[in-house]
Unconditional design. Sequence first.
Length: 392
Amino acid sequence: MLSGPRPSASDIALAALAALVGVSEVFSGVGDRAVFRFPTIPAVLTSVALGALLLVRRRFPVTVAAIVGLIDCLVVDVPALVLAMYTLGRYSRTPWTWVVGVSVVALNAFSPAGTHTLTLQFLSYAAVFVIMPVVVGAHIRTRHELIQALSDRANRMEREQMLAEERGRSEERNRITGEMHDVVAHRVTHIVLHAGSLQMNVGKRDQEWIAGQADLIRTTATRVLEELHDILRVLRRGQPGVAQLAPPPGIDAIPPLIAETRKVGLQVEETCSGAPRPLPPQLEQTIYRIVRESLTNALKYAPDSSTSVGLCYAPGRFDVHVSNGPSSGKSVSGVPSGGQGLVGLAERVELLGGRFHYGPSSDGGFRVEASLPTLSALPRTHSQSPRGEEEA
């Protein structure tokens, strides 16, 4: 049994038309130009057989064209010949396409009948009913393949673009998630400190101070909820990405951050040296994160110590350091630590070509310092000392 798709309705109609025209040619006497003059009944049966053969022309274009071309020398069936030659050019992608086409022309040219041999009538017949159908079929096939190739290329580019967009969204979600961790850890530390201060001063401070602390807790908690709400809305599938979030904070946000930390009770001294100048946004965001992470750690592990923040606009680089003195043993309890805050910052600084160092200081405190290039990349190295306290 032959495999492959069944003939379509158009295939059946064309095959029936070719058989019908072939039968009509038998009775009209057109077949007199053939090499052998078949009796009427065999000629009719041959035309019908050619029509049936055309039903499989798409699956076997070379075989069908060769058989029809050979029989055309015996029984004239112009529609069958034209359709077979067109199918040969349209569906055959092998060198046999032109071999069969030339062979059909040669069979007709050098047939014993001698009526078509290299005459204008024969050349016209071969050009119109053999060569032209093959050329038209080949042209349509080439055009179809070109269109299909362009369509496949467009689809592939669209898929690649979708994958690139998905990777971009995934990277953005990861960045937002990391930002959410830092923001929440910093503000929750403030809440825990305020709550601990309230607990320790119940009955010792006046109502105005207690109300002020409670209002700070409420304000900080509200800001955390608002930021979480914005971030979660962005992370939901189908929502636009970073456009819904405020731009990440930079150096300009460091003074408000320090002021907010002072309200919690941490003693912070800020110094800034050098001539201020614009810095790349990614660099400013990293500097802000270093200061915020360091202040959060100081609040968690040495809330009673003094802390200094130093910013320096140096030629070709920006230096930042945050150091706190030794702790008396107090620490904020109830705040879990992921242990990845400073490690993540070290990786960020490395990517920017800077140097990062953190560890215990000589006075028993803790120091974090970084130097980031603003003009040319520095060696991508960072050092790490044994820590006397766990980073956030």
